[in-house]
Design a protein around this ligand. Structure first.
Ligand SMILES: Cc1cc2nc3c(=O)[nH]c(=O)nc-3n(C[C@H](O)[C@H](O)[C@H](O)COP(=O)(O)OP(=O)(O)OC[C@H]3O[C@@H](n4cnc5c(N)ncnc54)[C@H](O)[C@@H]3O)c2cc1C
Length: 477
């Protein structure tokens, strides 16, 4: 593994972590003629992306789909020649909120967190009259001034009122990040809401902008891959030269030696001109502790919380009719183990076999991690209990279940996240060629990770060419 530089004239890059970010970076680096090795701590690649087949159903234990409004993931799927495997969502995207012991559908025309259709909003039982009037005042409110950053909860209370925060904004938006709305940074999680505020308010922006959004043929807001997102991981891996990815090979230490980088692993020391570090921030902190304790501290400043998913599969013949739509969200005040559930067999019918009802439930997140950190059996029991209560089901048992825990697996972009990244960027100035990428920094969704992986490859490629020197020095992709 150790080699004299003159033996290998092409740029050598070590990628740490074979999640989607690391694999996208590796593919892009190979396309740029770099010599790449990907080090993966786990016995398998994919990181959070993990598909299994249970009772003939495609079960995702991590992400189950991706948003197409950010184009990077859709583009990647097409580049990999997998467009025929793309699956759209079913036509009825209704989502319900569990309120006062009932599932209440979001009124038609709700766009993000604003109503765009007057009548369904006016007649909805989701909000009280007082709550509706408070939301209706939103276009008249002044733009918030002098705030460097603000929590999602403060923003929502300020613009839409407390009821909208509890019933709508918390479950819908905080759920995406498994976050606590009182802590989440609006600037780092939903900057588009700040833009809308500046353009005359959320309601006005949604009225003007929402319905006009161009609908493209064969594209829905959320899409997935018929036989699972792990197919994308497999295709990425196939696009790399044989032997590029080393599994069971954790990066234990990152260090400088003779002007080059070295990554210490149980399989030996790997030398490189640049490193794309695409492992989550806390894991990376351990590896860079000896190199730069301050950098390790900065990486540990990004908090992570635990979540779990449980997928339950039922025989449709014995299962009562599912409510309409894609699933439901549960406000955190309800005290339920569940934060949300997706009717997977309704949302993506192509991924479930005939005669089966497939429901995927979410557990945990900021401020309610305890249930997600229990044993797999206990999580499943609690999910089953709460799910049956919400759906009003009695005397029916699933024929199969699959639970996965993601202990400290979800990064939190809390208030001050941008400042934390700036401090991290300052530390990285002392380490040219060390590029940080992935879900810990600029976005948690799959499209964000694809963009980050690509950007990291671009930065790593320019290390020896001398281009983009400043960007490389502040290597946060
Ligand atoms: C339950 C759940 C549901 C989600 N749902 C969605 C969704 O529907 N849509 C969506 O867009 N996003 C979703 N996300 C978010 C998205 O899945 C992740 O943000 C994304 O997959 C992260 O990719 P990554 O490559 O940055 O990190 P990871 O997937 O975490 O990959 C990092 C890799 O680094 C490895 N590693 C760690 N330490 C080391 C080390 N020392 N040396 C070498 N390797 C190391 C890990 O084993 C892992 O393989 C979900 C996330 C979770 C947890």
């Amino acid at each position: 593994m150790r080699s004299r530089r003159s033996d290998h004239p092409s740029r050598k890059v070590v990628v740490i972590g074979a999640g989607i970010t690391g694999l996208v970076a590796a593919r892009e680096l190979v396309r740029r003629s770099a010599e790449v090795v990907v080090l993966e701590a786990a016995p398998r690649t994919g990181g959070k992306v993990r598909t299994e087949v249970v009772e003939g159903a495609t079960v995702e234990t991590g992400p189950d789909s991706f948003v197409t409004l950010k184009p990077e993931m859709l583009e990647l799927v097409k580049e990999l020649g997998m467009q025929d495997e793309l699956v759209c969502t079913a036509p009825d995207p209704t989502v319900s909120i569990y309120k006062d012991g009932c599932l209440v559908p979001l009124p038609a025309g709700m766009n993000l967190v604003s109503p765009t259709k007057l009548l369904p909003f006016a007649f909805s039982t989701l909000f009280s009259m007082r709550g509706k009037l408070r939301m209706a005042l939103e276009p008249l409110l002044p733009v918030g001034k002098g705030l460097e950053d603000e929590s999602l909860a403060d923003f929502a209370r300020r613009r839409l009122g407390t009821e909208a925060l509890d019933v709508l904004v918390g479950p819908m938006l905080a759920g995406i990040y498994a976050g606590d709305p009182e802590k989440m940074s609006i600037k780092s999680t939903f900057p588009q809401l700040l833009d809308m505020e500046k353009r005359g308010g959320l309601v006005k922006s949604m009225w003007l902008g929402g319905p006009k959004r161009a609908r493209r043929e064969g594209i829905t807001t959320f899409m997935t891959i018929k036989n699972g997102l792990s197919r994308v991981i497999a295709a990425l891996e196939r696009s790399l030269p044989a032997g590029t990815v080393r599994t069971d090979c954790p990066a234990q230490a990152v260090r400088r030696h003779g002007g080059r980088w070295e990554v210490v692993t149980p399989q030996g020391v790997f030398e490189a001109d640049a490193i794309v570090a695409a492992a989550p921030a806390p894991a990376l902190a351990d590896a860079v502790e000896g190199l730069d304790p301050e950098l390790a501290i900065r990486l540990r400043e990004i908090p992570f919380v635990s979540t779990a998913t449980t997928t339950l599969i039922y025989d449709a013949a014995t299962f009562p009719k599912l409510p309409k739509g894609f699933g439901f969200l549960i406000p955190r005040e309800s005290g339920s183990t569940l934060s949300a559930a997706t009717y997977s067999s309704s949302k993506f019918p192509a991924r479930s076999p005939e005669g089966k009802v497939v429901i995927r439930a979410f557990v945990g997140g900021a401020g309610r991690e305890e249930p997600a950190e229990g044993s797999l059996t206990r999580i499943e029991e609690r999910v089953r209990e709460d799910l049956h209560k919400v759906l009003g089901i009695k005397g029916v048992s699933p024929i199969a279940a699959k639970t996965a825990r993601w202990i400290k697996g979800n990064p939190q972009y809390n208030v001050g996240h941008v400042r934390r990244l700036e401090r991290l960027g300052s530390c990285l100035k002392s380490h040219p060629g060390l590029i940080l990428a992935g879900c810990s920094y600029w976005g948690v969704g799959l499209p964000d990770c694809v963009r980050s992986g690509r950007r990291a490859a671009e930065l790593a490629s320019s290390v020896r060419s001398g281009r983009e020197h400043d960007a490389v020095r502040a290597g946060l992709a």
